[in-house]
Design a protein around this ligand. Structure first.
Ligand code: SAJ
Length: 423
């Protein structure tokens, strides 16, 4: 079996490597020459648990190879980004460009799979484009008498940090342009997926992916709204959530400095864009989560203004224990505070070797956690890295703390200047 994976990013590269491990001949196609060179030398350009070992193994065995150019294959997997434009309209340009590339080598019997998170109807647009570009092939949904190729939408659902485990163990939703397309894609995923593979239409699969991420966004927004409410009532939101979650049917998520990453903060807008007047809850949840960034900036700034001495900003990653700073609310909060209090600010981020460009023009410095504990009087916690959680109460006694992640519930209050604030 020959498989071409288009897009060697956070999803495409692990997917290509996992398929190559099954013995299939995999070609990874990317538009960035450095990515192609890195993969061909058996190395990785992204951080993901165990990915380096897997990639070096399959490249050495010759089952994974990268290239700037497409080649004929039996299965094509599209895993390119689907960002949104300035006006939050989804941009499927990279998907259509990938489909155009595939059209140049497509032949009878091939299977084309879209994995990128996409607005509902995108897979049908891919089919339409292939039908236009290859009038010699019968395209499903476009040909009255059967089809020469199969087209399906199969969203990735993996969690960064657990990608190689979840690629295998998660259930997969497989949406065909026709039931026959779905069955063909099912046969492909069964090669490497241990979870259940459930077939449906491409439109239902597209909406399912968006619904999953919007669900999480709405639930995080609920936690973030509670945290903003609790502050005005003088109640510790973390305690309230712990207590409420003792109810057998309540499971409130954790407040934070906002929602980051490339998925949860983006995908709900694809649903809003489809029918703005009918997506009121989803839009509001997005707005609540975005507003949490400003709420945390204001709360932390208020504490920093009241307290003398140096300030440690703990964490820049978009979530705990990863080195991914994309769309990170922690970066937004920390950079805003660094611009305002620059010469007093130290940043601690064990997963960064330099400060991101958002800090350009500030006097903020990157220090390790021990240095921060020695020289800073005020701590602003933005990411719940295990390293920060593990600092015992006696080492942080006397510190003024603004804890946007609730990781130090036992923080001794440094009376009298500033009682501990909750996010
Ligand atoms: N967050 C909170 N409080 C919580 C949980 C998360 O503030 O209780 C924040 C995180 O700190 C982070 C953001 O939300 O900033 C998103 O993190 P996440 O762990 O919820 O999700 P992602 O973006 O790493 O991955 C999500 C996953 N989707 C769901 O859980 C429904 C993953 O399964 C998807 O594959 C991925 O999006 C994707 O690629 O779409």
């Amino acid at each position: 079996l020959k498989v071409a994976v288009l897009g060697l990013g956070y999803i495409g590269l692990p997917t290509a490597a996992v398929i190559a491990r099954t013995g299939a001949q995999v070609l990874g196609v990317d538009v960035t020459p450095s990515v192609v060179d890195t993969v061909n030398s058996g190395r990785v350009h992204i951080e993901e648990v165990d990915l380096d070992g897997l990639v070096s193994g399959v490249v050495a065995r010759g089952t994974l190879r990268a290239s700037l150019a497409i080649e004929p294959a039996d299965v094509f997997v599209i895993a390119v980004p689907t960002p949104f434009d300035e006006d939050r309209a989804p941009n499927i340009g990279y998907v259509l460009r990938a489909a155009t590339t595939i059209a140049t080598v497509l032949k009878r019997g091939d299977l084309v799979i879209l994995e990128s998170t996409s607005p509902v109807g995108t897979t049908e647009k891919v089919a339409e484009l292939l039908a236009q570009l290859r009038p010699d092939l019968k395209v499903p949904g476009h040909s009255a008498e059967g089809a020469d190729i199969a087209i399906a939408y199969c969203p990735e659902r993996v969690l960064p940090g657990r990608i190689l485990i979840e690629l295998i163990d998660n259930d997969r939703v497989i949406g065909g342009i026709t039931p026959r397309c779905a069955r063909k894609a099912l046969g492909f995923y069964r090669r490497f997926v241990r979870g259940a593979c459930v077939t449906t239409t491409s439109r239902a699969a597209e909406m399912t992916k968006l619904a999953e991420n919007a669900y999480r966004d709405v639930n995080i927004a609920y936690a973030n709204e509670l945290s903003m409410l609790a502050g005005t009532m003088g109640v510790d939101v973390w305690e309230v959530i712990r207590l409420a979650n003792r109810h057998p049917r309540v499971n409130i998520l954790q407040p934070g400095p906002g929602v980051g990453g490339h998925c949860i903060a983006v995908d709900p807008w694809f649903l809003v864009a489809a029918a703005p007047e009918r997506a009121r809850l989803i839009r509001t949840a997005r707005e609540v989560n975005d507003s949490k960034v400003d709420f945390v900036i204001a709360g932390a700034a208020e504490l920093i203004e009241r307290t003398p001495g140096r300030v440690a900003l703990l964490g820049l990653a978009f979530k705990a224990n990863i080195d991914d700073f994309r769309e990170s609310p922690a970066v937004k909060v920390a950079a805003a505070l660094a611009h305002r209090f620059g010469n007093r600010v130290d940043v601690v981020e064990p997963y960064a070797s330099v400060l991101p460009s958002a800090f350009d023009g500030t006097a903020a410095a990157l220090v390790d956690v021990d240095t921060a504990l020695e020289q800073c009087a005020t701590f602003v916690i933005l990411v719940d890295h295990d390293l920060f959680r593990s600092i015992p109460a006696q080492e942080r006694a006397g510190k003024h703390v603004y804890d946007a992640r609730g990781i130090w519930p036992d923080q001794p209050a440094p009376a009298p200047v500033a009682p501990r604030l909750v996010a």
